[in-house]
Write a protein of this length. Structure first.
Length: 234
């Protein structure tokens, strides 16, 4: 078993079920449910009305390699080191975007995470997460987050039944409860409609501190109408 598979091998909800925990009868019926790794269908039990295929466009080999590299690199670092330096400018980062379907297996059902890393790729904070049992299918976020920063206070909902607009505000506080220094950071947005394959990851560099700014990056597969704005506060 490879390290990448060990990282994401887990006991999860059987495909097609709700976000409620499996009861004993369901566990007996689907003993391997949820033993998924990206690109693998180990333990997968299709729902009765499932059609052929994987439900949508898969990732290219290059895209899969980039995501796997993101996961593998996370395993080599302590993700909870925190931030160094003097506290930066008080303010807030406002993020608004419409999540969009890539025709994944459970489309339009989806879950997602919005998190911040520094320019070196180290974990800072997770402002928003919409997932509960299916949270483990956010493969990149689950690999790159700080393991002790389980963000129960930022879970906005369980898996959503359809795509919608998300309005996110980050106050510049790290998972340690410290305001981050002024400097370069990366906004990450991961959205998935799958349980046995990668979803979609979008990354947006930005600068915390200094003058106010607004960015409207181009649309990506599952992130549309994105607006990122930094507002300093007194």
């Amino acid at each position: 078993m490879t390290r990448a598979v060990r990282l994401i091998l887990c006991i999860a909800c059987v495909a097609g079920c709700s976000d409620d925990a499996l009861d004993a009868a369901e566990q007996a019926t689907y003993p391997q449910a949820g033993l998924y790794a990206p690109g693998s269908m180990l333990g997968y039990q299709p729902p009765p009305d499932a059609g052929p295929g994987d439900g949508g466009r898969g990732l290219t080999e290059e895209e899969q390699r980039e995501l796997q590299d993101a996961i593998d690199s996370a395993g080599k670092e302590n993700r909870c080191v925190g931030v160094d330096g003097a506290e930066g400018t008080p303010g807030e980062l406002s993020v608004s975007f419409l999540s969009a379907s890539y025709d994944g297996f459970y489309a339009p059902e989806n879950c997602g995470a919005v998190w911040i890393e520094d320019e070196a790729g180290m974990y800072v904070a997770t402002p928003v997460l919409w997932a509960q049992i299916r949270v483990r299918n956010l493969f990149v976020w689950d690999a790159r987050r700080c393991r002790i920063d389980w963000p129960l206070d930022v879970v906005s909902s369980a898996t959503l039944a359809k795509h919608e607009t998300h309005d996110v505000v980050w106050d510049g506080m790290s998972h340690e409860g410290k305001r981050v220094p002024n400097g370069n950071y990366v906004l990450n947005i991961e959205i998935t409609e799958d349980e046995f394959n990668y979803g979609r990851l979008a990354e947006y560099p930005f600068v915390w501190g200094g003058s106010a700014f607004t960015m409207t990056p181009p649309d990506q597969d599952s992130v549309k109408d994105l607006r990122i704005a930094f507002t300093p506060r007194p």
